[in-house]
Design a protein around this ligand. Sequence first.
Ligand SMILES: *[C@@H]1O[C@H](CO)[C@@H](O)[C@H](O)[C@H]1NC(C)=O
Ligand SMILES: *[C@@H]1O[C@H](CO)[C@@H](O)[C@H](O)[C@H]1NC(C)=O
Ligand SMILES: *[C@@H]1O[C@H](CO)[C@@H](O)[C@H](O)[C@H]1NC(C)=O
Ligand SMILES: *[C@@H]1O[C@H](CO)[C@@H](O)[C@H](O)[C@H]1NC(C)=O
Ligand SMILES: *[C@@H]1O[C@H](CO)[C@@H](O)[C@H](O)[C@H]1NC(C)=O
Ligand SMILES: *[C@@H]1O[C@H](CO)[C@@H](O)[C@H](O)[C@H]1NC(C)=O
Ligand SMILES: *[C@@H]1O[C@H](CO)[C@@H](O)[C@H](O)[C@H]1NC(C)=O
Ligand SMILES: *[C@@H]1O[C@H](CO)[C@@H](O)[C@H](O)[C@H]1NC(C)=O
Ligand SMILES: *[C@@H]1O[C@H](CO)[C@@H](O)[C@H](O)[C@H]1NC(C)=O
Length: 780
Amino acid sequence: MQSAAGTPMSETPFKAHNSPYGSGDPYYSESTGFLGAQSGRRKGMSNWIKFGVPVLIVVIIAAVVGGVVGTRKHNSTTADAQSSQASASSAASAKAAIGIFPTGTNSQYMLPLYPSTTNSAAFTSPTFIAQSDAVKAWPSDPFQPANPAPTNLRTDRPRLIAPSYKWAALPDLIKNDVYMSAWNDTIFGNATDWYSQPVVQYFMDGDSGILDNCRQVKERVKAFAYVYRMTNDTKWVDRTWSELQNAAGNGSQPFGPNNITRWNPSHFLDTAEMTAAYGIAYDWLYDQWSADQKSMIISTMLEYGMGPGVTALTDDPQYWGWWKNNTQGNWNCVCNNGLTMGALAILNDDTSGTAEQLLGLTVPNANDNCVYAVTSDGTWTETANYWYFGTTAHAEMAASLMSAAGSDFGLLTTNPTFSMTGMFHMYVTSPGTLFDWGDHGPNKYSTTANAMLFYGDQYTKPEYTLFQRDQHDVAEPWSMFWYNPEVAGAFWDGRTLDHFFDDGLDQWASMRSSFTDESALAVGIKAGKLQGHQTHNDLDAGDFILDAMGHRWAGELGSGDYRSQGYFSNDNQDSQRWLYYRKRTEGQNTILVGAENQDVTAAPTVTHGSTNETQGSSTVYSVPSDSTAYWVADLTSAYFNVTSFKRGIRTLNARKQVLLQDEINAQAPIMWRMHTNATVSTDGTSATLTLGGETMQISLLNAPSGASFSTMNAERLSTDPAPPEPDQPNPGVTVLTIQLDAGEYTLEVLFNPQWSGMSASDFVTPSSVALDSWSLTSHN
Ligand SMILES: *[C@@H]1O[C@H](CO)[C@@H](O)[C@H](O)[C@H]1NC(C)=O
Ligand SMILES: *[C@@H]1O[C@H](CO)[C@@H](O)[C@H](O)[C@H]1NC(C)=O
Ligand SMILES: *[C@@H]1O[C@H](CO)[C@@H](O)[C@H](O)[C@H]1NC(C)=O
Ligand SMILES: *[C@@H]1O[C@H](CO)[C@@H](O)[C@H](O)[C@H]1NC(C)=O
Ligand SMILES: *[C@@H]1O[C@H](CO)[C@@H](O)[C@H](O)[C@H]1NC(C)=O
Ligand SMILES: *[C@@H]1O[C@H](CO)[C@@H](O)[C@H](O)[C@H]1NC(C)=O
Ligand SMILES: *[C@@H]1O[C@H](CO)[C@@H](O)[C@H](O)[C@H]1NC(C)=O
Ligand SMILES: *[C@@H]1O[C@H](CO)[C@@H](O)[C@H](O)[C@H]1NC(C)=O
Ligand SMILES: *[C@@H]1O[C@H](CO)[C@@H](O)[C@H](O)[C@H]1NC(C)=O
């Protein structure tokens, strides 16, 4: 084990990208003074790297964090293992010398900007460095009950997520890890900002209830309690108390109704998140609260959170607790988690028996429901954005039970495919943003993708940890305890460019030309069922996104207004939800038949192929000339008045071009639709799209007679039935369309991104191949 280091940094070596997602970050640059990694023992930490203003010590530590699921190989004795350990250590050091990747400032998700470099020292296969006696990492938990039970808790505090042994180890880990050090600084900065802001103002936001309020309180409480524990400055305890008092309705302003519904149990997410916030405050600041304060916190939690929780979990399912029998998404996870964190925090101090009763209900309920929000291939049943809410809650619940009671009680393993959900997140993340189908969810606040760090450690998936640690939302108290600093390598090294998710609920495909170039080509396309997504989906079988040259050329409209009447009514064919443009089939990048919505009972089938390239160590990567991927869906069942309909998409020409092909036989008029933020001009069977200075040429090959491109506004058709409330406008969005009478057609739409340095003759014009005959070589 060794330290690695650099010298103060100067000019950025990052590639200037032709990208709206950011062109590098002025405060960041790669170390020019990396002294080289050495294998073998830790050599101390005499070298320094400068990262902006703060000076960070960079040393990589290795050891083993116990996990309930992953069993790692320790103390290997073979020469091979020793050498692989040494290279993993070197990789960790080399990455530390590079520092944290800068954050893209323009991308919707502020995705990292990966350096444009070959660095085979740093960017090795993802791994966790195995234990070595010369290195330090998290110590193992001294609390190891022989027969864990959710009500048999450790005797020391804190109980939730971060027991005292972890706090004791933390300062040293921070000093030795470039990531933890930066996150700690950010948490202090965020806490300082919130310290001087007024307490969270009550705001009842229609169907979203007071969820934002509750998550803001939770976010603040975590940061205040963290900073208190790192400084012993009681001003943070006092500030936490003001926030708790306010949320109990005991502050200087009202907070909700003055009765049992103060935390809005009819939208139980709110109740659960506030209960979690209270639980964290109670537990992390336990030694600081007076006996009076403790009893006030407990009485408030029981009255507005946990009492309603018992009602929800034991009464008629339609009353506050409809979610207790629901496997379709985040609700069951969030509700059970909040109640569990609250109950673990006050168990034994609560003389009412409520905490104990709740733990007997929440743990089995989450194992029967929450864990099945992940399908057989790792996809989150709601949407790519709702993944954040569900996994944050699931990870908090598992981590809290593990720290407080010594076991996850099955939450990590009951659904054997749960461990794949980190992979879902990696593939649903495109070069600039997510393949963000369906609803995007409320504000995230206390919700992040940091479950990736927890799952990375628990499931021994170092690539999850590596993926998340450079993301913009990583710095918050959970990452300080979920991050396993023994990780080494690069998430992309050895990762296949394409992945196909075949579970019938959400069949979808992710194809790309690179994981590390934000200008890369990327295609996302989906089929799947149109019911069973917690009414967060759209009627969008066949919907696709296309990214290239740093832009999204075919994109999503996102959520409608959650407060609109009927928006969440149900997912039946006649639901009011399907009257809103953004949710209707015409609001998607697919084919519309007879101006009608798709059939909610759709059950598409898919086939696909890939040449299966994996990206290597380098971030500078070009696929081989015959590299390709394709995906074909039979979407006939998604339509009325359609005899047959198959849609296929493939990459061409070493993933520089894309062909979208539809073979449809319909007894009602057909409309091909694609939503874009680009400026569009059309000329018969050609369309030219420009966006951020880049150009995409689109052509309709072998066009059926009468077929040509035209444009429309991104708004409802005049023939549509009226929605209960107006649609949201879609400013800047144009719909590119092809309109045809009823009949049988093949539509071959070729997308040619005008990559810099590529001339007209470098593009290929594919021959016409029926979808049933598509193969990896059919278009060579
Ligand atoms: C955490 O960050 C704060 C604020 O930057 C700093 O004062 C403190 O020393 C850091 N803690 C450690 C252990 O480095
Ligand atoms: C925390 O601070 C960082 C750095 O200043 C900032 O980018 C981030 O938006 C803040 N986070 C929140 C939740 O306010
Ligand atoms: C805070 O107090 C605890 C308990 O007395 C002590 O162990 C810890 O070192 C103190 N931390 C700081 C930053 O002063
Ligand atoms: C709680 O108070 C609100 C507002 O005053 C009222 O509408 C509601 O009916 C009350 N609920 C209960 C359970 O008392
Ligand atoms: C708020 O005030 C009520 C009524 O005095 C009291 O029962 C409760 O414990 C208080 N809660 C907090 C957190 O101050
Ligand atoms: C859960 O819901 C499903 C479908 O709504 C229903 O068939 C089942 O009986 C319910 N189970 C329980 C235990 O309520
Ligand atoms: C247009 O850009 C906005 C902002 O980046 C994005 O949210 C939206 O998805 C884009 N719309 C389309 C149709 O690409
Ligand atoms: C690519 O991988 C898939 C899944 O492992 C496999 O079925 C397929 O045959 C592979 N394709 C090639 C060209 O090797
Ligand atoms: C399409 O099918 C629907 C539902 O069966 C029917 O109501 C409608 O009239 C049909 N439209 C055309 C143009 O055939």
